[in-house]
Write a protein that binds this ligand. Structure first.
Ligand code: 13P
Length: 246
């Protein structure tokens, strides 16, 4: 069995002060837990403060995005070196909100994955279908296209996949455990067919994960972790999710 991987994506939430407050209460709640990998992706402005509090723990720190160029005239963007300097070991790439609101295509996502890995950042690559695509029976076609485009010319070392059906994000509508497992099994099958080391890749589920549904989701054979939005914003709720994943 792969070690559970539970990641918090705070999106555009929490100031530096709020970040410090969260981490100070969260650390004692998960003390002694070594059976799950835990990661927090705060906004860029909170990375430094988060790292100062997390560096003596085994909680990993991630950026929510990264640019595909190493440096240059890209106003408002962030480079891999900047994330590394703030203490990040990981980065989330290709989140549906980036694809939807910032026009990230699979080609751009692929360039970001390449630059991140070249700089030794581990990657959580997000994929997932919209409600319209699911209802049109296009889920596997969309996943196939996103995997093919985003992982072009890449090996899987240092990359996890997050399956986040867009219709389940922030809506309170979780995919059923069966739907999640079916999509994860498709992703695993795709990886086995196209990449080496497919059995070592952790596939996380994201979309309205809560302390109440984590156990049943993790009980699915192909679900190896979770990427949590809303329910990761409160320390006790995120700690319960971590504990429920083991
Ligand atoms: P919610 O957990 O708020 O549905 O968000 C999921 C998500 O997008 C994590 O990246």
């Amino acid at each position: 069995m792969l070690k559970p991987f539970i990641a918090a994506n705070w999106k555009m939430n929490k100031t530096v002060g709020e970040t410090e407050e969260f981490i100070q209460s969260f650390i004692p709640m998960i003390e002694g837990i070594t059976d799950a990998d835990i990661l927090i992706a705060p906004p860029y402005t909170s990375l430094g403060a988060a790292f100062r509090l997390l560096q003596t723990t085994n909680i990993k720190l991630a950026g929510q995005n990264v640019h595909y160029e190493e440096k240059g005239a890209f106003t408002g963007e962030i480079s891999p070196a900047m994330l590394l300097a703030e203490g990040c070991s990981d980065v989330i790439i290709g989140h549906s909100e980036r694809r939807q609101y910032f026009s990230e295509t699979d080609e751009i996502v692929n360039k970001k994955v390449k630059t991140a890995r070249k700089n030794s950042l581990e990657v959580i690559l997000c994929i997932g279908e919209s409600l319209q695509e699911r209802e049109g029976d296009k889920t596997f076609e969309v996943l196939d296209r996103q995997l093919t485009g985003s992982l072009k010319d890449m090996q899987m070392a240092g990359i996890s996949i997050a399956y986040e059906p867009i219709w389940a994000i922030g809506t309170g509508k979780t995919a059923t455990p069966g739907q999640a497992n079916e999509a994860h099994a498709f992703i695993r099958g795709w990886l086995k067919k196209n990449k080496d080391g497919a059995e070592r890749v952790r596939i996380l589920y994201g979309g309205s994960v809560t302390p109440e549904n984590i156990e049943i989701l993790m009980a699915q054979p192909e679900v190896n972790g979770a990427l949590v939005g809303g329910a990761s914003l409160k320390p006790d709720s995120f700690a319960k999710i971590v504990k429920g994943s083991i």
